[in-house]
Design a protein around this ligand. Structure first.
Ligand code: CP3
Length: 358
């Protein structure tokens, strides 16, 4: 089966870009909130039938070109033995965050995804069986660095001082943690592939809190290893606030570059296409005309809050993104970060209509 999203990744010319949106199964959908009244988030993602039902909800309602497994990135640290809880109105919390020492690491188990995360594999099998034949299934994992931030900070963070202090003060322990997480992420993604996903996304949401020097030293080798080792289906790399790091991401060489909403796709393409001394001296437009971006596939990147604007504004912003996406080898339409819980589902319907009618 040739899914539209895979065709875009292969650079086939399409009438309109394939579309899916991050967090497409979630609280903005009344049918999600209905189920959520009966179960908490943890109960939902640990139950393959519920995970399947919730994954399918946005496909039934909108007919997205791809579905994404309903789960969370933090299931890996949980499977390694950490005590995870999602608290209403607050988000994820680890009750015993890792300490800044090598001792903390010893407590983390090596995972066998087919055991501790068997419920994810069962959900994938069930979803693939129930999805329309033309809808691709996207699996995912958190990237080691983003997982490590939650494991050290104990939850969401404002300034990420704990993870950075750990990184600078105990580099050996930090690298030990990144190593362990990399092994887990590779095993997890490969198990997802064996269970039936058609492509995957790696969320390195917090990579953008690092300077490019630190990113290169502490994070890049691990993400690079993941994309090298998980190669049986295409992979998307996503990081938020990543403008300063985009050129560095070319070393990861993912099949698709997820672009956050802070920058124009044309600028992202310019950054991604800068590979030669010759191209450095040219303007973005000259480079694009020279076809230097023609080997780059991008995903993105509507600002999620644009869905709170009028249809006129939505249309304007969406058409600009589509025009810029045409400069790439392939473009997958998405938001630049997850959809916000109070978004009106009718605006999502409108978004899809303009993309497909365009
Ligand atoms: O995209 C999808 O629809 C697939 C499912 C998915 C969820 N989380 C469901 C979820 C995916 C891919 C994630 C990724 C994730 N989880 C990230 C990386 C991407 C990003 O958004 O930056 C991060 C950092 C997390 C950790 C996490 N999970 C946070 C910070 C929160 C709380 C914030 C929030 O939106 O409530 C969650 C909870 C979460 N993950 C919900 C969902 C649907 C809300 C659950 C609920 O209360 O019903």
């Amino acid at each position: 089966m040739d899914y539209k999203i895979i065709k875009a990744i292969n650079g086939e010319k399409l009438d309109s870009p394939p579309i899916w949106i991050m967090r497409q199964a979630g609280r903005y959908l009344p049918e999600y909130r209905e189920i959520r009244k009966k179960y908490n988030f943890t109960e939902m993602y640990k139950n393959p039938e519920i995970a399947c039902e919730v994954t399918l909800q946005p496909i039934r309602r909108f007919g997205f070109d791809a579905s994404i497994l309903f789960s969370d990135i933090l299931v890996i640290p949980e499977a390694m033995g950490m005590d995870l809880e999602f608290i209403e109105g607050k988000g994820p919390v680890f009750k015993n965050p890792l300490l800044n020492t090598q001792d903390g690491l010893k407590l983390l188990r090596e995972i066998n995804p087919n055991e501790e995360l068997e419920y994810v594999m069962q959900a994938i099998e069930l979803i693939r069986e129930n999805l329309p034949a033309e809808t691709a299934l996207i699996g995912f994992s958190g990237a080691p660095f983003t997982l490590a931030t939650y494991m050290l900070e104990g939850g969401s963070s404002k300034n990420f001082a704990k993870i950075k202090e750990f990184m600078y003060s105990y580099p050996q322990a930090f690298h030990g943690l990144m190593d362990k997480l990399t092994v887990a992420v590779i095993a997890y993604l490969n198990a997802q592939i064996d269970s039936g996903i058609n492509l995957f996304q790696v969320f390195d949401t917090w990579a953008g809190i690092l300077t490019s020097q630190d990113y290169k030293e502490y994070v890049l080798p691990y993400t690079k290893k993941i994309f090298k080792s998980v190669n049986k289906v295409p992979g998307i790399h996503y990081a938020n606030h990543s403008y300063a790091l985009l050129e560095t991401f070319t070393e990861i060489n993912p099949d698709v570059y997820g672009v956050d909403w802070h920058l124009d796709l044309s600028l992202a393409l310019e950054k991604l296409a800068v590979r030669t001394a010759y191209s450095v001296q040219r303007t973005a437009n000259e480079k694009l005309q020279d076809g230097l971006s023609q080997d780059v596939v991008i995903q993105g990147n509507l600002d999620p809050t644009v869905l709170f604007a009028s249809e006129e504004i939505i249309k304007d912003r969406v058409l600009k993104i589509i025009e810029q996406g045409k400069m790439a080898k392939g473009h997958i339409f998405n938001l630049g970060h997850g959809i916000l819980p109070n978004t009106d589902p009718d605006k999502v319907k409108y978004l899809i209509d303009i993309i497909r009618d365009n």
